[in-house]
Ligand binder design. Structure first.
Ligand SMILES: [Zn+2]
Length: 205
């Protein structure tokens, strides 16, 4: 059983503080970044990689399914991969054999984007719970942390691994203070750190 955290849509203004929170709890996560945001925050991405986090591809512009041609989607994925490889080079850390990928809004049944993934031989990383921390306004940090605790408890009772999808920014490069605080609350809960489900074990992959 493992509990893992992933963050989509960054890097953004809240990402450095989120890295502080994760570092304080010795927790590694996966960041599915937007190429558009990454191009303007290579320093933050490089720091995240050096601190043991895994960076994944969330396309360049966060276009909805059906709004890009196959060639344009493929180009967005490859452009973002190139930036990710550059961030790993700057961090002096080997690029993962396969860069994780999560499409904007997730992969839906009969998603037209599946053909592009198949052609690029890329698998898709989903989630077991997506938080509504992307809403305006978002739920309170306490409410977010409480839904995470509940999902972890549900996963534990079913013997299932948990993978959260949270958001550390947006395609408009918004700040996400509620997300950062919710993660801080969850990771500082002594029950989770010392209990059978050690959230400290959350891993990047
Ligand atoms: Zn997204």
């Amino acid at each position: 059983m493992s509990t893992r955290l992933s963050f989509d849509d960054g890097p953004g203004p809240s990402t450095p503080e989120l890295l502080n929170v994760l570092r304080a709890a010795s927790c590694q996560a996966t960041f599915f970044v937007l190429g558009h945001n990454l191009a303007q925050a290579m320093d933050v991405a490089t720091q995240a990689i050096r601190e043991g986090h895994v960076l994944g591809n969330h396309t360049y512009s966060h276009a909805r399914s059906g709004t890009l041609s196959d060639a344009a989607l493929s180009d967005e994925i490859e452009r973002t991969d190139a930036l990710l490889r550059e961030a790993y080079r700057l961090a002096d850390v080997p690029v993962p054999a396969s860069i994780p990928l999560r499409l904007p809004y997730g992969l839906e049944p009969q998603d037209v984007r599946s053909d592009v993934l198949a052609r690029l031989k890329r698998s898709h990383t989903g989630w077991t719970a997506i938080l509504d921390d992307w809403c305006r306004p978002p739920p309170s940090p306490h409410a977010l942390a409480q839904s995470m605790r509940q999902h972890i408890a549900d996963g534990t009772s079913r013997g299932q691994d948990v993978l959260f999808c949270l958001h550390d920014s947006s395609r408009f490069a918004e700040a996400r203070p509620a997300t950062v605080e919710a993660v801080r609350l969850l990771l500082s809960d002594p029950g989770w750190q010392t209990g059978p489900l050690a959230i400290r074990r959350c891993t990047g992959q």
